[in-house]
Design a protein around this ligand. Sequence first.
Ligand code: VGL
Length: 197
Amino acid sequence: MKKALIAVDIQNDFVEGGALGCKGGKSVARGTKDLIQESEDRDAYSLYISTQDWHKGEGCTNGGHIEDRPNFVDSWPAHCIGGTEGAEFCRPLEAIDFDYRILKGYETPSYSGFSDNAYEANDESLSLVEILESRGITEVDIVGIAFDYCVAQTAKDAAEKGFKVRVLKPLTATINKASEERIVEDLASRGIEVLER
Ligand code: VGL
C-alpha cells in the first residue's frame, strides 16, 4: 500500500481576501503545511501532489463564463488566472516543494485534478492518474479548497479510477455551507471516507 497526499487548489484567490475567497482558507494553508511536515517525519506518504486552478484568462473559468454578477454556484468571478498572484499558493504553502504540481483548467474548465487539461503547461508530461499509477500509489488523502467543488470532484474521480480515497475535512474550506451535508453523503455513498477530525 502506497499513499499520496493531494493538496487541491490552496491558492490566494480561494482564501480570505481572494477573488473567490473561502472562509477558513488561510487556516487550510497553514494546516496543510503542518500536516506535510509532520507526515514527512513519519513517512506517511510516498508522494506529495498539489493542484492549482490555472486559467488562461478572464474568459476562462470553471463552471461557465464569467458573468457580471456570478451566482457563486455555477458561475464565478475571474479567479486563478495563470501567472497572477491570485493563482499562487497561499502562504505558507509556497515553501513546500511538491513532487508534482498539477495545473488545471487552462483552456477547458475543470474542477477535478484528474481532468488536468493544462498538463501540457506543466513541467510534467504525465497526467495525474499516470503519475499515481507509475509510482504504485493505491491510496490518496485529499485536502484543500473548495470542499464542495474541486476537492469533491477530485475525490470522486480518484474513487472512480480505483484509488482508496479519504478526504481530511478539517483541512478543507467550503464555498456553499448549505451543500456540505449533501456532499459528505454523496462522497460516502461512493466509498470515500470523509474524516471529520
Ligand atoms: C473552485 C469554484 C470555481 C475550486 C474552482 O477550486 O474548488 N471552485 N473554481
